[in-house]
Design a protein around this ligand. Structure first.
Ligand SMILES: O=C(O)CCCC[C@@H]1SC[C@@H]2NC(=O)N[C@@H]21
Length: 253
């Protein structure tokens, strides 16, 4: 299982499949520290018992039904102040992959993969390791709901739930990795503008008036873009543009 990733150049030439594990991100981080993996290695797990999500959340995924894996990358060609470009390129790759199956796929800032009217189908958690001021590795964790049909969280969905089909996880994984690699390599080739534009074009609620909450206060505003550090720009009804990082703002829609 998960061995033949023939269409990739470097990603997934070394795949570690674990039937059960706590978190592929944690395992990848540990393996990087022990120098057991290098750029392009993938840790994929059939069932995560302690999957990690953004904002310290838990990532729940039914055993054997979905894709939960981590990629080891070394984006040391990027300035560390441009880290968010990596998020954008990975989110673009996942979105492009899903567009083969679903007509509309959005990315909810920073890294939720959302199907409007259906729910959240996936998420990305990137954890970086640094040595002084230079970037060592990026552990890119991807969780994508494929064949799971029932969820505790009413905001979650899956490919099977939306399309009423069942998918071959191995085949989907192979294609997904190819899409992610293409997107990452275009970042490596310096296509930063294209990556940013593609991310912004598919950004959920961009240029739409929507409700948000920050520091206990509710307000309405319009997402106008992302700054170079990956912070969210929202134009308030007063016309003022405010910038928020992940812990500073919640979407109420
Ligand atoms: O909160 C989110 O949206 C991010 C979810 C990321 C989940 C994936 S599953 C594989 C990898 N290992 C983890 O522990 N988390 C990520």
């Amino acid at each position: 299982m998960y061995k033949i990733l023939a269409n990739t150049i470097f990603l997934g030439k070394d795949v570690h499949f674990l039937p059960d594990c706590h978190s592929t991100n944690d395992i990848a981080l540990q393996m990087v520290r022990l120098r057991q993996v290098s750029e392009g290695s993938i840790i994929i797990c059939g069932h995560q018992t302690k999957g990690k999500g953004q904002r310290g959340n838990v990532w729940e995924s039914e055993a054997g039904k979905n894709l939960t894996f981590s990629l080891v990358l070394k984006p040391d060609f990027l300035d560390i102040t441009d880290q968010f470009l990596l998020n954008m390129s990975i989110a673009n790759g996942v979105r492009i992959f899903l567009e083969d199956y679903l007509p509309v796929v959005k990315v909810k800032w920073p890294n939720d993969i959302l199907i409007p009217g259906e729910g959240k189908i996936g998420g990305i958690l990137i954890e970086n390791t640094f040595s002084g001021n230079s970037w060592e590795h990026a552990i890119v964790g991807v969780g994508l709901n494929i064949n799971q049909k029932s969820f505790f969280n009413s905001k979650a969905t899956s490919l099977a739930k939306i399309t009423e089909n069942i998918f071959d996880l191995n085949e989907l994984f192979r294609v997904l990795i190819t899409r992610i690699e293409q997107s990452y390599l275009s970042l490596k080739r310096g296509k930063e503008k294209e990556i940013k534009n593609a991310y912004l074009t598919h950004l959920y609620l961009r240029d739409q008036r929507a409700p948000f909450e920050s520091r206990g206060e509710k307000f309405w505003g319009e997402i106008t873009g992302i700054d170079s550090f990956g912070k969210l720009n929202i134009r308030l009804d007063s016309g003022e543009i405010q910038t928020f990082d992940l812990k500073e703002v919640m979407f109420l829609e």
